[in-house]
Design a protein around this ligand. Sequence first.
Ligand SMILES: NC(=O)c1ccc[n+]([C@@H]2O[C@H](COP(=O)([O-])OP(=O)(O)OC[C@H]3O[C@@H](n4cnc5c(N)ncnc54)[C@H](OP(=O)(O)O)[C@@H]3O)[C@@H](O)[C@H]2O)c1
Length: 174
Amino acid sequence: MTVSVFIGTSVDGFIARLKGDFDFLPPGGGEPHGYDEFMASVDALVIGRKTFETVLAFPEWPYGNKRVVVLSSRLIDFSAVRGGIVEQMAGPPAEIIAKLAAYGVKHIYVDGGITIQNFLRAGLVQRLTITRVPVLIGEGIPLFGSLPKDVRLRHVSTQHYPSGLVKSEYEVVS
Ligand SMILES: NC(=O)c1ccc[n+]([C@@H]2O[C@H](COP(=O)([O-])OP(=O)(O)OC[C@H]3O[C@@H](n4cnc5c(N)ncnc54)[C@H](OP(=O)(O)O)[C@@H]3O)[C@@H](O)[C@H]2O)c1
């Protein structure tokens, strides 16, 4: 099982403004920087409830027919979801991964700040692809948070794009 993160941030490390707006990210994801190829390699997504609420407001369900797990401690209403297999789970990241492994899932895309932090803290993320957008927003929802110990990374590659996007890929070493 591989667990990956693929996310865009401001250069100062925020994934959204404090109220959840992400107007500082390029519209439509910006110039192609590997997202479609990454998505094609993913079997299932695990997203936080707040990210779910954000994507539910998009004109189209962005995950096609992929299996999507929404994490929440409260009961979620999926009646407005217009596609795909969507289910709710809660609990420790290791249990969520074990349930998905039982479905035959081999590559999970974890998304949402708190959710990514929980999986990182549990030592369950193998790959991080972070695309920095050339802007500082000063405050917002951070990508990273506290950790019980250092997470060592191996730099795999960095690419930059004409619009100023800088995409760096890391493998988690320990
Ligand atoms: N820049 C980007 O590429 C990008 C990507 C994704 C999201 N975003 C933005 O990031 C914001 C959301 O991030 P966020 O950090 O605020 O929240 P989040 O991670 O999307 O959601 C957090 C919520 O997920 C639930 N949760 C997480 N782990 C859980 C677990 N193990 N068991 C049960 N519930 C669990 C909890 O929901 P309950 O409170 O219901 O229990 C928690 O409050 C949105 O504004 C979104 O647009 C940006």
